[in-house]
Design a protein around this ligand. Structure first.
Ligand code: AGP
Length: 620
């Protein structure tokens, strides 16, 4: 949940480190810091609580000078978000400095031992303990003599991390080893960016894509040594590591804000293209089906699947809930949804014909990764539906499908939801056409999928209308989101968007659940947002809307163009283009995304970096 970056090369490190932090701030923004090793062997360290601009102000006109440095943007796990707990952290000697992403679960015990040995700590963090542990190992190695400072530092990192229980992605440098960085990872992402005469370490490629598109995605227990013109990937237990150099699949400007005020709005408006990218090259007119070669399963293996488990967190879990409905209705395969953090500690009965999918935009969510590893530990086949190429979940899956959404920087997931929904539709279509779905039904789904991008563009033209609605209800103390069948997941997703960026209470429910308690919340100042397209359950939704209106609750309804039955009862009606029932959520969720966006902006919230949140939850 933190962002780290390291630079070593022929240029001054500071601009690269600060620029990298600005691209990683979505991973955590409680505090930030930078440390640069200058030519005279001193480490210039600057750090402070708050956003990156606080650090820039603190650095002011005197940026640290040097060709090797590390920096960090924090999401607090241990210790409040203050200056002392910011990274980087020194060791006891003040000659070693480290940044860390992850959680050292046994840090108290390690700290007690170090304090017994005379170490003094300045922070309450688990990370500082690791910094001291490495420094102590380095200082002890001095007595052995003979080894270079660089090899001693590598050995010290190896010795220290072996004592750790928990997760780490670290970058370390020492004043005795100028222009030399050591990185290591277990459970937290870490990549190497390979430049010309310069090399980078980073939590993800968005921090380096402006400087290089050549990246190495490190694996757990990898350790890397970097100089400006060379790198070495080793294993924590010794020996060289296997690695491959990958090409980053998107350009630097794809991760830029462009003319938009916020990444979230940019990514909402990218959905016509991102949904098209999700199905591009995956539609088969000849078979009236979908093509998902990345599943790496033969048609017979796919036919033998008699149960599917979909696993994810947050928005990915909502997509999984849609996936359950899609697969069961289009392919008639029993499907269940598991919240990743629950699945990994339950003992879900599965057998050799059960297929597990882990859904994750970042591909680094620790609970989803834990669920993947738990299922694989028991011998089950696990496939990934992931956006970040080369991410840990993608690499540890037995196959899967990339979403190809492009970088999603806004903490609130938007285009990743519609892309996940599209991939799950393609999966359901593929499996259905291997069972009892007819050619004509398959062809209809293909037609409607191809028509989606233009229909999404049409929905996006409602932006100003939805902004007006958001402003009208901007003082609402909370909001209910309701939908049925395929749009139950839309209601849940709409509620999550609203709560995570505007901080008001919002909850999503199956519409008919109103009668079972939820309607007690309805008052004249609590809007209910109904996703009520003209579908097989429209009349049922109408009844629920009537129940809310009978209690004077304001109703914002999303329905199908041409359907005027809500005009007389709903306070606001938003019309989206018609499509087949199973694809409607891809259109209906967009007004919900825009509603929460404008609502949050009107309330002065930081839409891209909501309080207490981070984009990728890599700690338990
Ligand atoms: C959704 O808006 C949130 N950002 C969060 O719930 C997110 O969906 C969840 O953390 C899962 O992230 P992932 O898809 O990267 O695994």
């Amino acid at each position: 949940m933190c962002g780290i970056i390291g630079y070593v090369g022929k240029e001054n490190a500071t601009p690269y480190l600060l620029d990298g932090l600005s691209r990683l701030e979505y991973r955590g923004y409680d505090s930030s810091g930078i440390a640069v090793l200058s030519d005279d062997g001193t480490i210039n360290l600057q750090k402070c609580a708050g956003r990156l601009e606080n650090l820039r102000k603190q650095i002011g006109a005197l940026p640290p000078k040097g060709y090797c440095g590390i920096s960090h943007t924090r999401w607090a796990t241990h210790g409040e978000a203050n200056d002392e707990n910011s990274h980087p952290h020194f060791d006891q000697s003040g000659k070693l400095v480290m940044v860390h992403n992850g959680v050292i679960e046994n840090y108290q015990k390690l700290r007690e031992v170090l304090e017994f040995q005379g170490h003094q700590f300045v922070s309450q963090t688990d990370s500082e303990v690791l910094s001291h542990l490495i420094g102590a190992a380095y200082d002890r190695s001095e007595e052995k003599g003979g080894e270079s400072a660089e090899r001693r530092l590598v050995a010290a990192v190896r010795e220290a991390v072996k004592q750790v229980t928990g997760t780490y992605g670290i970058a370390v440098m020492h004043a005795d080893a100028p222009d030399f960085l050591v990185g290591a990872r277990l459970g937290s992402p870490l990549i190497v960016g390979l430049g010309k005469g310069e090399n980078f370490l980073a939590s993800d490629v968005s921090a380096v894509v402006a400087h290089t598109s050549d990246a190495i995605y490190l694996n757990d227990y990898d350790l890397v040594c970097l100089k400006g013109d060379e790198f070495k990937v080793e294993r924590i237990d010794g020996g060289m590591a296997d690695f491959q150099v990958s090409q980053v699949e998107y350009s630097a400007e794809a991760a830029e804000l462009g003319d938009y005020p916020h990444f979230m709005l940019k990514e909402i408006f990218e959905q016509a293209d991102s949904v098209e990218n999700a199905f591009r090259g995956r539609l088969s007119d000849q078979e009236a089906s979908a093509k998902l070669g990345g599943l790496q399963m033969t048609p017979q293996e796919l036919r033998d699947v008699d149960r599917i488990v979909l696993v994810g967190c947050g928005t990915a879990c909502h997509a999984a809930m849609a996936g359950e409905h899609l697969i069961e209705s289009l392919a008639r395969i029993p499907t269940e949804v598991e919240i990743a953090s629950e699945f990994r500690y339950r003992n879900v009965p599965m057998d050799k014909n059960t297929l597990v999918f882990v859904i994750s935009q970042s591909g680094e969510t620790i609970d989803s990764l834990g669920a993947l590893r738990e299922a694989k530990r028991k011998g089950f086949r696990v496939l990934g539906i992931v956006n970040s190429v080369g991410s840990t979940i993608a690499r540890e899956s037995d196959g899967g499908a990339y979403m190809h959404s492009g970088p999603e920087i806004g903490v609130a997931a938007t285009k990743s939801f519609t892309s996940q929904y599209m991939l799950l539709t393609l999966l359901a279509l593929l499996l259905g056409r291997m069972r009892d779905m007819s050619v004509s039904d398959g062809q209809e789904i293909l037609r409607e999928i191809r028509a989606l991008p233009d229909k999404i563009r049409k929905v996006l033209q409602l932006n100003e209308r939805i902004k007006e609605i958001a402003l009208k209800y901007v003082d609402a103390p909370g909001m209910l989101f309701l939908g049925r069948q395929f749009n139950y997941c839309s209601a849940l997703e709409g509620a999550l968007k609203m709560k995570e960026i505007s901080y008001i209470f919002a909850s999503g429910h199956a519409s008919a659940e109103l009668k079972h308690g939820v309607i007690a919340l309805v008052t004249e100042d609590l809007p209910s947002v109904f996703v009520a397209p003209k579908d097989s359950v429209f009349k049922k939704n109408m009844s629920s809307i009537e129940e809310v209106k009978a209690r004077k609750g304001p109703v914002i309804a999303i329905t199908t163009e041409g359907n005027d039955e809500l005009d007389r009862i709903a306070d606001e009606v938003i019309y989206v283009p018609e499509t087949i029932e199973c694809l409607n959520p891809i259109l209906s969720v967009i007004p919900l995304q825009l509603l929460s966006y404008h609502f949050a902006v009107a309330r002065g919230c930081d839409v891209d970096k909501p309080r207490n949140l981070a984009k990728s939850v890599t700690v338990e």
